[in-house]
Design a protein around this ligand. Sequence first.
Ligand SMILES: O=C(O)C(=O)C[C@H](O)[C@H](O)COP(=O)(O)O
Length: 224
Amino acid sequence: MEPTRPVRGQDADALARLHAAGVVPVIVIDDVAAARPLADLLAGAGLDCVEITLRTEAAPSALRAVAERGDLLVGAGTVLEPDDVERCVDAGARFIVSPGLDPQVVERCQSLGVTVLPGVATASELLCARRRGLRAVKFFPAEPAGGLPALTALAAAVPDLRFMPTGGVGPDNLRRYLREPAVLAVGGSWMAPRDLLAARDWSEIGARCAHAAGVAAESGSRAG
Ligand SMILES: O=C(O)C(=O)C[C@H](O)[C@H](O)COP(=O)(O)O
């Protein structure tokens, strides 16, 4: 990737940090009180970026709590409505992720200057993202949509875009995705899944995060 190229709606610093992190835990959080210990754990494991999905009532407050630390790059996921973009940016989100490419969500992000990673699963959606000036997208749902073979085929046809595959990625296939040069970073819930978060199983979450960070550090020139 070329992190210094100015790209409308995608701030180079955020993209560079996502690329350096390599893995992005996707969080579904039910209790805002779990946000700070989770953030401590992510930072301790060397994971610099986190996506908090707007799937729960606690999500906006959790996002704010993690963003207030100042050291982690926090994004909002499952952003379905343009008005959610403002809410998330106001809470401290530095990137916005959506399961699909909704032009209104993308435009709102671009008008606010926040990085947006809309979900794409087809070449047509990829071209729509490219037409809007984007240079990175979420590939979703990665495994059901064809996995790494589909991603590499899309990347070969549209070589100036980078992908954040998410959906069905985990410890068994993480390494393979990270070896693909078109992959900006890999997203997934396996590092801190909802049930382990609810159970406050910090030791298991910590072990999964440390493993993912280790795999990311081994892959290519990513930061450790
Ligand atoms: O599109 C969004 O905004 C989402 O929130 C979707 C999530 O990124 C995936 O559902 C995570 O997939 P798994 O890692 O397989 O659990």
